[in-house]
Design a protein around this ligand. Sequence first.
Ligand SMILES: Cc1cc2nc3c(=O)[nH]c(=O)nc-3n(C[C@H](O)[C@H](O)[C@H](O)COP(=O)(O)OP(=O)(O)OC[C@H]3O[C@@H](n4cnc5c(N)ncnc54)[C@H](O)[C@@H]3O)c2cc1C
Length: 507
Amino acid sequence: MYRDGARKSIWQEEVKRYSSKADFQQLYDVIIVGGGITGISTALKLQQAGKKCILLEAANMGFGTTGGTTAHLNDFFDTTYTEAIKDFGLSNAKLFAEVGKEAIEMIETNIKNFTINCDFAKKAAYLFALNKDQQKKLKDIVEGASKVGHEMKYVNEIPFPIPFEEAVIIPDQGQFHPIKYCRGLGDVFLSLGGIIQEDCLCESHDEHEDFVMLKTSKGEVKAKYLVYATHIPPGLNVLHFTNAAYRSYAIAFSLKDNHYSWELGYDLNEPYHYYRIQEINGENLLIAGGEDHKTGHEENTGECFSRLENYVRQHFNVETAYYSWSSQYYEPVDGFPYIGKLPGSNGKIFTATGFRGNGMIFGTISSQILTDLIILGKSKYEEIFSPSRIKPIAGFSNFVKEGSEVVFDFMKDKLFTKKIISLSEIKSGEAKVIQYEGESYALYKETNGKVHLVKSTCPHALCEVRWNSAELSWDCPCHGSRFNVNGKMLTGPTVKGLQKIEENPEP
Ligand SMILES: Cc1cc2nc3c(=O)[nH]c(=O)nc-3n(C[C@H](O)[C@H](O)[C@H](O)COP(=O)(O)OP(=O)(O)OC[C@H]3O[C@@H](n4cnc5c(N)ncnc54)[C@H](O)[C@@H]3O)c2cc1C
């Protein structure tokens, strides 16, 4: 398995394993945990700045969302500039607008300087309104963008076969192959003396005055600084209450008529659909995404793929769906990412999370922000992205809503499991959470009859997991931790698996 799900993403063929054997005896300047775009970009930037770095990854490079992304490079975000102005003020919104341009430039510079062959291309993006309500939304987006100096122009045509009311074009956006890019950065990092250790789960840390001791599945390792580039930091942290985990779905299709739309496209549905083309093995494929929902909150995740496919087939002359996969992202309660000192740390531990659907950009800018914070002790983005910020006005109602939903899920699941049916009612190919002799279990029966039984309580914050039929995983509806059918951790913030009971209990 190369990704945190049972389905294969379009990027997966390019995942390669690193073979370096790490020396855990020496004192490192910085340990970076997480082998996605955030971790590898940050590790490289710090190593380039003369720091001795080690990157630790629980599975393999690209195992997390970087291996399940769609890799559009945008300088407009899921949090619109209008929302940013309203909640953070015009000058902070202008600073927010600098992030996209700066990050795309950083990516382009890396590609050029290190000659990374990663299918990078500059593209125009089209935002289009499908009805009158969306037209209002579009107007709002364009007005906010113009206040921060961001160019969006109304156009009469879009290069997508989708009927629309109104549309804008946004120049100078981009796309690339995220795994080829990260591999390119990884190779440069190694050539500069950086160390990558895969299959290394980081379990907990101890922060001392002069160093941080990190406990991992491969032993303890010590550094002056620690960066959790794990998409959401592991362990228990306030960031698990200010970020909510969501799933998004993507399918890559070939088209019968070869009428590919070469630019990037986004409608304004909620959740929105997004489009781009990627060439894989000499064939062009249309990647369409959407159908997002809160992790663990969709009864039948397989239906999300059916809905997405049916929608795309209505508009495009689809031939074959070659790849379909889902992946996870984090919604911050006030709309801005959290990049900086880990809340509760004395100043030696950093993190980056809450990227929404813009993590290629925020992951890249995190490398600059975290390097500046570690080396210079400051960054121009320090305040607006501070993980410890509390904005009682911005997103406060969302904060309360997300927080209370978590408590509700917890209680509802505890009650739900009490009513659960007996073990013998499980059919082949089915999964259920069952109550048996006062304990709650997550049970999955393969089509060949093999049963996988684990305790259903997520070890992170003791919520009950739910079945994700699309990726054959147990997903926690509270903070997004995910596990395979044998209970092995796939996605944090948990650092432990579900307790495994036995391979094949008697029926
Ligand atoms: C379907 C989908 C489409 C998207 N499309 C776009 C897009 O078009 N453009 C865009 O900008 N953004 C997009 N995003 C968002 C973007 O892909 C993510 O924000 C980004 O990939 C996150 O990168 P990361 O490095 O922070 O995290 P990840 O890629 O998730 O990497 C984190 C790594 O940390 C490892 N890890 C976790 N816990 C531990 C531990 N305890 N010990 C050791 N290792 C650990 C994991 O195994 C993982 O490999 C999309 C997201 C989704 C879900």
